[in-house]
Design a binder for this molecule. Structure first.
Ligand code: NI
Length: 398
């Protein structure tokens, strides 16, 4: 199919996508509580005569049966949840969050509007579609265990016989009209840990009568730095970060305990397992040597987003046709952020890509989860056209 058709159609529906995105942006909802968001999406799909399934309590799946009979099933996924964060966007904007302490600071409002825009394009082209397109509006991307995981566990998509799934994330590091993608590992496994270091509280002037958890915690944080530098194979990307450390109440009191929260980023399960073991060994060693105690919790997060070669290739093909070759950035290295799109890729071939959405003029170059996060709405021209056109790419011959 001619690529100009997708570009033109994305242009036709651009103002509609902007309106939808702004509506969603004004009314953000937290993970697994996306009730109004889901109702809004269903209204939009029903206006297009697209059938809707609700395999989970929130979120939904739109089903477009193509005019050409075939077993082919292509799934397109958007995440729909917002973050527990107070937005600090430009107050001149008329579409700031109306829900206190909740905001779309990761662009999932844009992903949703973009997929609804693709729904418009695909609805127009229904007669030319082979097989079925599933529009997966997924809840709870931001919160473990991940809406993608829960949906996969229902077996819904497996029953539908999905052949391939595509997804995207807005990306402030590139401008609208550009995308970035790579074959193989694209995004890391984000695992989480929590350590409680328990000592014995007392007067700050009598440390010999106390067991100081602050000193133990300091040693633990320093020691943890040696895991990546000494235990992980230097050719393998890995991160151990302590993001929160809390304990104590005053300058002259040795507290009873200190809590550390951190994240581990890796690509291979074995590396995550090894790091988990090393963290606990360090915590155990330090607390034992100092006469303290500890608790240790490690939560496995999402697996690594790992793109299937042929699906990535389909995406690159359509992107090069629609955007031009120089606008399609083939990344050399993965990024260490995580995404629950990975769960779909454990079940089906799939490709995930980054949609350029950053520009200075719209103040949309802030990083994901920044309170000023915003997207340049021009990105819908690219995003909707790509999502719609990749549906028409062939599956590999089996
Ligand atoms: Ni996100």
């Amino acid at each position: 199919m001619e690529v100009t058709k997708f570009k033109e159609k994305a242009k036709t529906y651009h103002s509609k996508m902007v309106d939808m995105r702004r509506h969603l942006h004004r009314h953000p909802e937290l993970s697994y509580q996306e009730y109004e968001t889901t109702e809004y999406i269903i209204e939009q799909l029903e206006e297009l005569d697209i059938a809707v399934d609700r395999p989970l309590e929130t979120g939904c799946v739109g089903i477009i049966e193509g005019g050409k009979s075939s077993q082919k099933v292509v799934a397109l996924r958007a995440d729909i949840d917002a973050l527990p964060i107070s937005e600090e966007g430009d107050h001149k904007r008329d579409f700031l969050s109306k829900n206190a302490g909740i905001a779309h600071c990761c662009g999932h409002d844009a992903h949703t509007a973009n997929l609804l825009g693709a729904a418009h394009i695909l609805s127009d082209l229904r007669d030319e579609i082979e097989g079925t397109v599933l529009l997966v509006f997924q809840p709870g991307e931001e919160k473990l265990p991940g809406g993608g995981r829960i949906l996969c566990e229902t077996g819904y998509l497996q029953q539908k016989g999905v052949d391939v799934i595509y997804g995207l994330h807005s990306y402030p590091g590139l401008e609208p009209g550009q995308i970035a993608v790579k074959e193989g590992p694209l995004m890391a496994r984000p695992d989480e840990f929590k350590v409680e270091i328990v000592g014995k509280g007392g007067h700050a002037a009598s440390p010999h009568e106390a067991v100081d958890p602050i000193v133990m915690a300091s040693q633990v944080v320093s020691q943890l730095q040696t895991i990546v530098s000494r235990d992980v194979n230097p050719t393998e990307p890995a991160v151990v970060t302590v993001g929160k450390i809390s304990g104590g109440s005053a300058h002259n009191i040795i507290p009873e305990k200190v809590e550390l929260l951190g994240t581990v980023r890796t690509f291979a399960q074995e590396t995550a397992d090894m790091i988990k073991t090393r963290i606990e060994a360090i915590v155990k060693g330090v607390t034992e040597a100092s006469g303290g105690e500890y608790t240790f919790d490690f939560d496995y997060g999402y697996p690594a987003v790992t793109n299937t070669d042929w699906a990535t290739n389909n995406l690159v093909q359509v992107a090069q046709n629609i955007l031009g070759e120089e606008q399609v950035h083939l990344l050399d290295d993965p990024i260490m952020a995580g995404e629950d799109f990975a769960f779909y890729q454990q079940e089906f071939p799939g490709a995930f890509f980054f949609l350029g959405s950053g520009s200075k003029k719209t103040q949309s170059t802030y990083s994901w989860h920044h309170p000023k996060y915003n997207i340049d709405e021009e990105c819908f021209l690219t995003g909707a056209a790509l999502m719609a056109s990749v549906v028409f790419e062939p599956l590999p011959k089996s």
